[in-house]
Design a protein around this ligand. Structure first.
Ligand SMILES: CC(C)(COP(=O)(O)OP(=O)(O)OC[C@H]1O[C@@H](n2cnc3c(N)ncnc32)[C@H](O)[C@@H]1OP(=O)(O)O)[C@@H](O)C(=O)NCCC(=O)NCCS
Length: 167
């Protein structure tokens, strides 16, 4: 399950600097980064991309590009990123899709592939941080078989910490 992953309908691969235009469209959608004060500008997306490429090098993983295989359209990201949660550094599996790609099962399909990849990377447990009002994200976690571990304070607000054992 090394990258790129080929799932039924998607390709999941590492981002490259060439993805800036397509990713800027994802992050310019106000429904995607809904917790931010505003959608990302192209420059903010460029910084996000640079940090992500550094994380591949430093941590061995980070968010990956989610591409519809049939069209080649880059619709979002999904992958494990290390985050500091209440003093522990946890691999957090995240997912963001452009809103016109919601409702097709793409986030769950991408995440299932990424979970197999994460297990191959040697991760034994992954986590997801989900804001209490994010019902769609909670739905993805449930479909993956994740368990609500506890409520935590993260990034200045309450979040649910969902977890999945990969062993
Ligand atoms: C969170 C997010 C990725 C979820 O997207 P989503 O499309 O709802 O999730 P899935 O890809 O799992 O799709 C599930 C839906 O597709 C439907 N579906 C349609 N065709 C399907 C298929 N072939 N297979 C599976 N599900 C399918 C399911 O019935 C379900 O619909 P429902 O929401 O009406 O129950 C999306 O809402 C998003 O990007 N939000 C903004 C960013 C964000 O909040 N990220 C998470 C931060 S914690």
């Amino acid at each position: 399950m090394t990258l790129p992953l080929h799932t039924e309908r998607l390709i999941v691969r590492e981002f490259t600097a060439a993805d800036l235009d397509a990713l800027a469209m994802v992050f310019a959608d106000p429904a995607v980064l809904w917790w931010e004060p505003a959608p990302y500008t192209r420059e903010q997306t460029r910084s996000w991309l640079e940090v992500t490429l550094e994380r591949y090098r430093d941590d061995g993983c980070a968010e990956y590009a989610v591409v519809v295989a049939f069209t080649g359209d880059l619709i979002g990201d999904c992958g494990p990123t290390y985050r500091e949660v209440e003093g522990r550094r946890l691999p957090e599996l995240g997912w963001d899709l452009r809103s016109d790609a919601w409702g097709h099962g793409y986030a769950t399909e991408a995440a299932r592939g990424v979970l197999s990849h994460a297990a191959e990377l040697g991760l034994t447990r992954v986590y997801s941080l989900i804001a209490p009002q994010n019902e769609r994200s909670r739905g993805v976690a449930r479909r993956l078989g994740m368990i609500l571990e506890r409520d935590v304070l993260w990034s200045g607000g309450p979040h649910e910490l969902w977890a999945l054992d990969l062993r």
